[in-house]
Design a protein around this ligand. Structure first.
Ligand code: GNR
Ligand code: NI
Length: 174
């Protein structure tokens, strides 16, 4: 169980497409455990493996509805089978886009097929925040960030701000 470093925009790694997992084995479960630790530590509700530098199609989510009661969900090779025509709007943030938030429209409901922590095939019907979060995480597997849905101007303001912050941090650390 280890808290890993979360990659932040702009980082070319975040733009790469993650590869399907061939087998859910103990090594993969160790990765999922580390992802969960990293996510809880950063107080996020979801994390994709690519955010800690591993280009595999693995997602963890915990909406943390009840305080002090963990309810982790694991999705390996998730696929969206169906999504609703109706959209929902949520204020999204991303651990890889620190300190930035924006309202994003996505389908309100979606059905996903995936493998769970034990490698069993599963399907889940989701709506609301869980549906939004799964879609946000599946986007990471394709190298997509929520800021890609904003206007060119808004997006470039955010990336400029983040690269400036990064350069300043590097200057201090090095
Ligand atoms: O912690 C997170 N909150 C969040 C809020 C609205 C929509 C999506 C998310 S996911 C985000 C964590 C993260 O960056 N996952 O990739
Ligand atoms: Ni994210």
């Amino acid at each position: 169980m280890t808290v890993k470093k979360i990659l932040t925009e702009p980082d070319p790694f975040l733009r790469q497409k993650s590869k399907p997992v061939e087998k859910v084995d103990n090594d993969l479960r160790l990765l999922m455990d580390d992802m969960l630790d990293t996510m809880y530590n950063a107080q996020g509700i979801g994390l994709a493996a690519i955010q800690i530098g591993v280009p595999k199609r693995v997602i963890v989510i915990d909406l943390l509805k009840e305080k002090d009661k963990k309810n982790p969900l694991y999705f390996v090779n998730p696929e969206i089978l169906w999504s609703s025509k109706e959209d929902a709007t949520y204020e999204e943030g991303c651990l890889s886009v620190p300190g930035q938030f924006a309202e994003i429209d996505r389908p309100d409901k979606c059905h996903v097929r995936y493998l769970d922590y034990d490698g069993n095939k599963r399907e889940l019907k989701t709506e609301g925040l869980l549906a939004t979060c799964i879609q946000h995480e599946i986007d990471h597997l394709e190298g997509i960030l929520f800021i890609d849905y904003l206007s060119k101007l808004k997006k470039s303001l955010i990336t400029k701000k983040l690269s400036k912050q990064k350069k300043e941090l590097e200057r201090i650390v090095v």
